[in-house]
Write a protein that binds this ligand. Structure first.
Ligand code: FES
Ligand code: ZN
Length: 313
């Protein structure tokens, strides 16, 4: 098999793009897809919507130690964007320190700035939260991480918070939200969530690239990553849905990207209108200042309180 661009021996074949690439041309392909992703999703008239961010803006990249977030950080820095990494240390024995070491080595090797938020120091170590709460720890952990990402982006004066969500993550989420007709989530799903008072701008520059495409990039760039699953949630989220979508994609290459782009261009707006009417009033949390609709303290500060008191939230 030959590279579609330079005719050298190909190392990656992509059915959805009906193409094969050598290592160098594949890296260029990946870079172009990220650039197109940053330019924004198509609008209803086929033109590009708002771009995710511009050169010179300060981007905080949430780094988990997985290949997607590290690939994102590396590619954004290669494209000359002003990036800083953020690692949230969940204090889960074994897994957190291993992921943290991978992220620290990656940033040191590429000369990239890194910030670490230590949940143990915040009174939110996940093993302690897990002991205290009756709810499944994964959803609480996700909520705490989103809270910490948002605070770090706002307090650090960043223009946007970037995460490594790829096309498979986005399509699985869209499919899941659609199966439940969850209009609240459907109204703001997408690669760009603009800033609002108390909320940083959130961006997902890898939205055009599949897990497979990102994994190939990480491999070709020699990115070492942390791949042990979380001990508290051995099944990756959306595993079943991703399997169904994988089979669909195998039968109809390119369908995943079409489905997601079609939603962004023509579906999403229908849900946005409903959410404007349904929005609950927000007020700042008495402890951390984050917007909340649930009274005196925000959800995360209530969890922190419950963990400190030894109670159950
Ligand atoms: Fe948060 Fe596993 S519970 S990563
Ligand atoms: Zn709070």
């Amino acid at each position: 098999m030959k590279c579609k661009i330079c005719k050298a021996t190909a190392v990656v074949a992509l059915k959805s793009h009906n193409a094969a690439f050598c290592a160098d041309c594949y890296r260029d392909f990946f870079a172009r897809q990220v650039e197109r992703g940053i330019r924004g999703a198509p609008g209803p008239d086929g033109t590009h919507g708002e771009s995710l961010f511009r050169k010179g803006e300060r981007i905080l990249v949430a780094l988990s130690g997985g290949k997607d977030s590290l690939a994102l950080m590396l590619e954004l820095s290669r494209q000359g964007h002003d990036v800083t990494g953020l690692f949230v240390d969940l204090a889960i024995p074994g897994s957190s320190s291993a992921a943290r070491a991978v992220v620290e080595r990656f940033c040191a090797a590429h000369g990239l700035p890194l910030r670490v938020a230590d949940l143990a120091a915040e009174g939110l170590a996940i093993p302690r939260v897990r002991e205290r709460l009756r709810r499944p720890v994964c959803s609480v952990c996700g909520k705490i991480k989103r809270h910490i990402f948002n605070r770090a982006a706002l307090d650090g004066g960043f223009d946007a918070l970037a995460t490594g969500h790829n096309l498979d993550d986005e399509v699985a989420r869209l499919f899941s939200n659609t199966l439940r007709w969850d209009t609240a989530y459907l109204s703001d799903q997408g690669p760009l969530l603009p800033a609002e008072p108390g909320f940083a701008r959130k961006v997902k520059p890898l939205w055009r690239l599949t897990e497979f495409e990102t994994a190939n990039y990480a491999f070709l760039m020699g990115i070492e990553h942390h791949h042990a699953p979380c001990p508290y949630s051995p099944g990756a989220s959306f595993t079943t849905l991703k399997g169904v979508l994988q089979r669909l994609e195998a039968a109809m290459p390119g369908r995943k990207l079409d489905f997601y782009q079609g939603f962004l261009a023509r579906g999403k707006a229908a849900f946005a209108r409903r959410e404007v009417e349904a929005g609950a009033p927000l007020a700042p949390c008495g402890r951390c200042g984050s917007p909340t609709s649930s009274g005196e303290l925000c959800g995360v500060c209530r969890i922190r309180q419950a963990v400190a008191d030894g109670g159950v939230a």
